[in-house]
Design a protein around this ligand. Structure first.
Ligand code: KIV
Ligand code: ZN
Length: 393
């Protein structure tokens, strides 16, 4: 896809925020595997690391920068000081499309309780670091400034606006608004994004980076897009600090379902998720949206009726998208428990190549329901249903 057609720019941070929170951070070789998965997903922006943190990160960032196709913007994170910005620039300058990403706190809590410096000193630090980055990287390289803990700046919006304005005056062309710790309602964060967008010049890209402490990161990011943030930062399998970053798959699919173009190759999602789970040892929950083993199973009678009537259609009665869309080969499953109906019996038997009259299906239904209830409400599979049917003949 031509990048100009994208309405939403996905910036992946798995190799930085995701990796920094792993119990066993990835080796250079493992980072290359994840990087290639991201390229196959057709992600336009990849943050590959935090090169000033250690020599392996530096080396990995250099290697991935050289490996990147021109169509992929390669970002690396740095703290707001000249020494680390210099190291970071050295690590990414060989990328065909590099991006320096500088972070500094902007919330009153972080400034007063953690930095313990004055607000003027914060502005000075932002101005000096971003202008240094602009000076060494030149006019064409993109520079992203993140106001860490932006989500905590509700009572300090005037200062946050000043901080982002300062970064733009110093040369930033992307401002990133992180919900570094998710504490409040998505609506409140989204309103803050809208407020920043309203005072930001059009040529500056607004980005959001949300964490999932209360499980609302996807909703917050998706709604932030409609408040003017055209870059959304996400991570594969929702990896990241604590409860993780905004989930890549949920965000990309939700935006697509609402008509937005991200250029993501959706059919790469499932194999990618499986590989990331294998590499991290973090299992995928059965009910995890998009990629969970059980999310295309239907067990209640009412749902089974709707599912069998809309099977194979683009819009299914009880699903948001098809399994194939996200690269799954397992299809929709109808299984029988004591919650199920006759439609399940017919569907399961027909998919095993068996056909029975309505009267026979009724009898089988009662028999299967009785067995399921008697044996702890267990699921009854296709083979067992066939033997029940054969027993009767
Ligand atoms: O969560 C955060 O604030 C970050 C910044 C570096 C963007 O990861
Ligand atoms: Zn983060």
């Amino acid at each position: 896809m031509n990048h100009q057609n994208r309405t939403v720019w996905i910036q992946d941070v798995t190799l930085r925020d995701g990796n920094q929170a792993l119990k066993k951070p990835w080796t250079i070789e493992e980072k290359q595997i994840v990087f290639d998965l991201l390229v196959d997903l057709n992600v336009p922006g990849i943050e590959v690391g935090f090169p000033s943190s250690n020599s392996m990160e530096f080396e990995a960032t250099k290697i991935l920068s050289a490996r990147a196709p021109e169509s992929v913007t390669i970002a690396a994170l740095t703290r707001a000081n000249e020494k680390e910005i210099q190291i970071t620039w050295e690590a990414i300058q060989n990328a065909k499309t590099p991006r320096l990403h500088i972070v500094y706190p902007v919330s009153p809590f972080a400034i007063e309780q953690v930095l313990k410096i004055s607000y003027d000193q914060v502005l000075e630090k932002i101005y000096n670091s971003v202008s240094f980055a602009r000076k060494i990287a030149g006019k064409d390289v993109s520079i992203q400034f993140s106001g860490e803990h932006f989500g905590d700046a509700r009572e300090g919006m005037d200062f946050a606006k000043k901080a982002f304005r300062t970064s733009i005056e110093a040369g930033a062309n992307i401002i990133n608004l992180p919900n570094t710790v998710e504490r409040y309602r998505p609506f409140l964060f989204v309103e803050m994004v809208r407020e920043i967008k309203a005072v930001t010049p059009d040529h500056i890209k607004v980005s959001v980076h949300t964490h999932n402490d209360m499980g609302m990161a996807t909703a917050t990011s998706v709604e932030s897009f409609y408040a003017g943030a055209t870059q959304i930062e996400v991570a594969l399998n929702g990896l990241g600090e604590r409860a993780g970053n905004t989930n890549f798959y949920e965000t990309a699919v939700a935006l697509y379902q609402n008509g937005e173009e991200s250029g993501i190759h959706f059919d790469r999602i499932y194999p990618t998720a499986k590989k990331i789970s294998e590499m991290t040892g973090i299992p995928i929950g059965e009910k995890t949206p998009i990629i969970g083993e059980d999310i295309f199973s239907h067990r209640s009678g009412i749902h089974q009726d709707g599912v069998t009537k809309t099977l194979g259609q683009k819009k299914g009665a009880y699903r948001s998208f098809s399994p194939e869309f996200v690269g799954r080969t397992d299809g929709e499953k109808i299984s029988f428990t004591n919650q199920s109906g006759t439609k399940a019996i017919r569907h399961i038997l027909e998919s095993e190549g068996r056909s029975y009259s309505d009267a026979e299906i009724q009898i089988l239904f009662h028999k299967a329901k009785e067995v399921s209830s008697r044996e702890g409400n267990r699921e009854i599979g296709g083979k067992e249903l066939i033997s029940m049917a054969e027993e009767r003949n």
